[in-house]
Design a protein around this ligand. Structure first.
Ligand code: C2E
Ligand code: CA
Ligand code: CA
Length: 587
């Protein structure tokens, strides 16, 4: 009996023990289950056949499959249909061989939304098919990826046109060169510049300017073959790379299409805008070995197209290269020369009263006597200096030197004497121009009333409001203003009326044939009539003959400048000239 009791007790104790263990197990399970249920991370338990056994609510939220629907669903069925073939096999292999996998999957929800999930899979220690063999943890990173991709997009695409930017373009360009190299074909680089975009931007505003760029980009895009890439290079310039080009004719056709795409006007915010473009084309391997050279050559070819009257295209040729190289060489010398100004001097060309022959003023003109090149014409180096901003120090030097020299000289003169100085429109873009002029006047003690600044019509084209403001500022300082080369630009009477001008210079192009060409004669008469009605003083430029001077006097233009009276003279010769005139006048 006691044995039985002892045995029963033992059994009872063991049962108790089991019960305690089971309870412990149960509470552990309950705890796990509640963690599983309430976890915000989607989790699925999967058997060795890769069928889902159970899922948590977060899983259902993400995949839109309920717990029931998910049961026995093949887990690879969660992967987006079009990605399944590619993505699943490596996952399965890794699980079977290593027991775990981690990576990014493209999944698709029950309602067809594709999302990206960072997935972590761990295998469990069990052989039973009905038991969980794998735990899948999912982490939806779609949003994060989108932001990353947007950032990526922004670093590769232009904000205004959404075309590839230079960064991405360069990648395409280099890979096109590589492929061409492999296949023994040519790759072309096109440089496309919109003609006169700056004027549109300045007169109609940036919003319209940006829209125009966007729409031009869309039109260009349609003309570029599938395997090519169009990009925004900068401002109003685009580049295109075209791989696998057979011959120049193919390129000419494409270039034609690009030009033609702009023929129809753009309609932007009720404005009808006409614009054209100029295209430079070069090819690899013929026109350069590296990206930088090709780019430079395509750019030179584009400038050639612009020089040829715009709205056209030009292939790069060795002579364009020679010209571009010569320009670069001049630029290097010019940079050196501007450091000391030793190689520069000014000449002065008298402006005379054509009736009396009396000298009224003189125009200061710069001369560059380069040690290596000899005399370089301002027509050659001034445009270059405008492009690379050397015109700013040069312009200031001219101003200061002319004021100083004329100051010194006029000490001997009997009456006050005016000097005219050319200002480049580039100088007008500098806000501190009035301050620079004032500085020179202060340093030299030159009377502002004796200083005339000659400006050209292009200045008004660029930024009308800013130019007007600047001109008024200069005018307030007492400086006189003259419009140079009149008739060659596009200025209308309206512009002219709003400018505080004193003098108008009739361009020598019209004066040249005034006695032989009735059109030029009519033009000069029209300009003079207009100038008089605005109360402007007029100077005829480039007067070379007595007949020209007579014509001008007769039509009411009393002041003249030209070889007929005098060539531009160095200050010493000028002194001599002035002295002779005075003698003549007093005689
Ligand atoms: P511009 O302002 O129209 O200057 C007049 C040009 O006509 C000068 O050429 C002068 O030598 C030339 N000329 C004068 N009389 C006659 C004539 O009877 N017949 C002919 N065929 N030509 C005549 P230059 O000195 O070679 O200057 C050319 C241009 O370079 C100037 O045209 C001006 O735009 C620019 N330039 C010259 N000096 C300066 C300067 O100091 N600053 C700036 N920004 N530009 C300058
Ligand atoms: Ca001038
Ligand atoms: Ca002129």
């Amino acid at each position: 009996m006691s044995d039985e009791v002892t045995n029963l007790r033992k059994e009872l104790a063991s049962l108790k023990g089991q019960l305690v263990a089971q309870r412990r197990e149960l509470s552990r399970f309950r705890m796990l289950s509640s963690v599983f249920q309430s976890a915000t991370q989607p989790i699925a338990l999967v058997n060795a056949n890769f069928q889902i056994l159970t899922v948590n609510p977060a899983f259902s939220d993400l995949t839109k499959y309920s717990e029931d629907e998910a049961q026995y669903f093949p887990v690879n069925g969660l992967i987006a249909h079009h990605k399944r073939q590619e993505l699943w096999p490596p996952v399965q292999t890794s699980l079977e061989q290593e027991g775990h996998w981690e990576g990014l999957l493209w999944n698709e929800s029950k309602i067809g939304t594709v999302y990206r999930v960072q997935t972590h899979i761990q295998s469990l220690d069990t052989e039973d098919l009905n038991q969980a063999k794998y735990v899948f943890f999912f982490h939806d990173v779609t949003h994060q990826k989108e932001t990353e991709e947007q950032l990526q997009h922004r670093s590769n695409y232009d904000l205004v046109t959404d075309l590839p930017n230079w960064n991405l373009f360069l990648n395409h360009f280099i890979s096109a060169l590589y492929v061409s190299g492999q296949e023994g074909t040519q790759t072309a680089l096109l440089f496309i510049g919109l003609d006169g975009f700056k004027v549109i931007n300045d007169t109609l505003g940036y919003t319209i300017g940006d829209k125009l760029l966007q729409e031009a980009a869309i039109r260009f895009e349609k003309t570029i073959p599938q395997n090519g890439t169009l990009a925004r290079f900068s401002g109003d310039q685009f580049t295109a790379v075209l791989p696998n080009i057979k011959d120049e004719e193919d390129l000419a056709v494409i270039a034609h299409d690009i030009l033609e795409s702009l023929e129809r006007p753009f309609e932007i915010e009720d404005e009808e805008i006409f614009i054209s473009c100029s295209i430079g084309i070069c090819t690899w391997p013929g026109d350069g070995d590296d990206v930088e050279t090709l780019l430079r050559n395509a750019d030179s070819a584009m400038h050639k197209a612009k020089d040829n009257g715009r709205n056209t295209f030009h292939f790069f040729t060795p002579d364009i290269d020679a010209k571009a190289q010569a320009q670069r060489a001049i630029e290097i010398d010019l940079r050196k020369a501007v450091k000391t100004f030793d190689e520069f001097h000014l000449v002065y060309q008298p402006i005379v009263d054509m009736n009396t022959g009396q000298m009224k003023s003189a125009e200061a003109l710069i001369r560059w006597h380069s040690a290596d090149r000899g005399l370089v014409s301002p027509d050659q180096f001034i445009p270059l200096a405008e492009r690379n901003n050397l015109i700013l120090p040069i312009g200031e030097w001219v101003l200061e030197t002319a004021c100083q020299e004329i100051m010194d000289w006029s000490q001997h003169a009997q009456s006050p004497f005016r000097v005219s100085i050319n200002l480049s429109s580039r100088q007008f873009q500098e806000k501190n121009l009035p301050a620079i002029v004032q500085g020179v006047l202060d340093r030299t003690g030159f009377d502002p009333n004796q200083l005339t600044l000659e400006i050209t019509e292009t200045l008004m084209m660029e930024d009308l409001d800013a130019a007007l403001k600047m001109l008024h500022e200069l005018k307030t300082m007492g400086v006189r203003l003259s419009i140079d080369d009149f008739g060659t630009g596009y200025s209308s009477l309206n512009y002219l009326k709003s400018f505080p001008l004193d003098t108008l210079k009739v361009d020598r192009m019209f004066v040249r044939d005034v006695t032989t060409n009735p059109d030029d004669a009519a033009m000069v008469i029209a300009i003079l009539t207009m100038a008089h009605s605005l109360g402007l003083e007029v100077v005829g430029e480039g007067v070379e003959t007595l007949e020209q001077s007579h014509f001008l006097i007769e039509k009411g233009c009393l002041l003249g400048q030209g070889y007929y009276f005098s060539r531009p003279l160095r200050i010493e010769e000028f002194n001599q000239f002035a002295a002779n005139r005075e003698k003549l006048n007093s005689a």
